[in-house]
Design a protein around this ligand. Sequence first.
Ligand code: ACM
Length: 275
Amino acid sequence: MKESSSAFQSIALLQFSPVRSDPEQNLETIAGLLKRTGADVVVLPELCSTGYFFTDPDELRPMAETPDGGSLCSLVRKHASEQGCVLCAGFAERNRQQIYNSAILAFPDGRYHIYRKSHLFYRESDVFRPGDTGFSVHEWNGVRYGVMICYDWRFPESCRTLALLGCDVVLHPSNLVAPASLWRPTMQTRAIENRIVAATANRTGTERVEDEVLEFSGESQIVDCNGTALAIGSADGEEVVEAQVDISRCRNKAFNAYNDILRDRRPNLYLNEAP
Ligand code: ACM
């Protein structure tokens, strides 16, 4: 098992273009990309083994998997334990007849956690059940990790909930169709407002269903807790995007002698619902 300081962590985002409906090909690509990094933390995109754009649950269901027996989850768990890294990957999760847009977060000691996407985007609601796990934080080697998936980025509550739970690093498997000029600065803001590291692994390429084409924006990004983008991928390349982050700075939520972004909150003045 790798010995690394809990203050500095290397994070790698594996950016590529999954082939729709071809898990075998995608697993081969993922295995090849995994060989190219020895980072402490590795993040893969949303739905990285099946592709993204499905409108019929009956088409996706045969490729959906259970976390304990499925081929993507087995690869992820095996790699995490063999390489001593934390690994997070998006996949289609089958639970009886239901399908969830999920992510597995696997640790070197064999533990794993499943997050089911809270906010479904566009035609995902034709295929997936809305996530019911909620947000949670999981610790390895002194670092606290939380997961959100793609469109969860539009909701500041996602990162804020994770930060309130003590998260240091938000792992963010994505298939973003929004322009990178929109979501990248937003994720920098999420990092600033919560003093967390934000690691978005976004896919590239296009997918077509009938006459509708979705284009994915790439530019996978690692942001430190001051909002600085430490590494940014290209718009369309298959690549490993890596940066070294100082996790210890996430624990200090104060930015001067008077202000601490979590302590200064006034929750009794905030609304949960429109009146
Ligand atoms: C998205 O949530 N995949 C845009």
